[in-house]
Write a protein that binds this ligand. Structure first.
Ligand code: AMP
Length: 293
């Protein structure tokens, strides 16, 4: 596995893979890797489902990046204390079958004088966009830069960051990026908590309370499957579960259009996403589920 720290190194590695006819799969991360990240890396090796089996197999080269992107953190967020473990991460990437890992220093991604920001409108307004002003501008800017550096054919993103995936798909469409943006299902701990690098911040009591996120999604899904179609009623089901969890402070719980993230008027007659963000002390966790009609 190649360990790359500069842009020229990534471009040379990818050019050599392209000369062999390889397809390039890319998994951007902020490190402190867990099974959610690793399942994205394993999935990056697999061809898209639509691919005709009769076609000759194409070599897949998988590149991951590990970069705690300062521009997507607000001034009072956890950038400086975000967990980092480079040696452990590299071992995990190796075990997951990555061919290369790109670990750029901040000066490589943002040399002094960097003045360009990518902004996707509308989709970035609600949910995490409302709680974290500027967050998605930072995400889009770094992801577009990474796409431009790596020149990947396919990039994988987890559905855990549902709004991020929607925003990046929109950016790729609007800017005609030659990249297939592929989503990957949420990977969870045995008790339902969505895996996240931030879960290490939770103390034992908060860790138990944090089960309420997936429990709230499950309770709401059960009500939906039993025929409830009122968006506000369904949100109230989720709210009830979270409010019963000690130490949980709700940032948002919202049902929105699964594609546009537009507000949903009752009754639900199109696929929606139930998205939530909840704080436990200084730790903010997110989770979501799609309710398909
Ligand atoms: P992060 O390191 O948190 O920026 O995440 C890097 C990528 O991994 C993003 O596309 C995330 O959506 C994805 N990811 C993080 N946690 C999970 C999870 N529990 N299941 C699936 N994907 C995840």
């Amino acid at each position: 596995m190649e360990i790359l720290r500069d842009i020229a190194g990534v471009r040379a590695f990818v050019a050599a893979a392209r000369r062999r006819g390889a397809r390039i799969g890319f998994v951007p991360t902020m490190g402190f890797l867990h099974d959610g990240h690793l399942s994205l890396m394993r999935a990056a090796r697999r061809p898209a489902e639509a691919r005709a089996p009769a076609l000759a197999p194409v070599e897949a080269v998988v590149i991951a990046s590990i970069f705690v992107n300062p521009t997507q953190f607000g001034p009072n967020e956890d950038f400086s204390r975000y967990p980092r473990d480079e040696p452990g991460d590299l071992e995990k990437c190796r075990a997951a079958g990555c061919d290369a890992v790109f670990l750029p220093p901040v000066e490589v991604m943002y040399p002094s004088g960097h003045r360009t920001t990518v902004h996707v409108d509308a989709l970035t307004g609600p949910l995490c966009g409302a709680s974290r002003p500027g967050h998605f501008d930072g995400v889009c800017t770094v992801v577009l830069k990474l796409f431009s550096i790596v020149g990947c054919d396919v990039a994988l993103f987890g559905e855990k960051d549902y709004q991020q995936l929607a925003v990046i798909r929109k950016m790729a469409t609007d800017l005609d990026l030659p990249v297939e943006v592929r989503g990957h299902p949420i990977v969870r701990e045995a008790d339902g908590l969505a895996m996240s690098s931030r879960n290490v911040y939770l103390d034992p009591t908060q860790r138990v309370s944090a089960r309420s996120l997936s429990a709230a999604l499950a309770a709401t899904r059960a009500a939906f499957e039993a025929g409830e179609r009122g968006a506000r009623t369904l949100e109230a089901v989720a709210r009830g579960v979270i409010e019963a969890a000690p130490g949980a402070e709700i940032d948002y719980i919202e049902i929105r259009d699964a594609v546009t993230l537009a507000a949903v008027t009752q009754p639900i007659d199109t696929d929606v996403v139930l998205a939530l963000a909840v704080r436990f002390g200084r730790t903010r966790l997110i989770d979501n589920t799609v309710l398909a009609v």
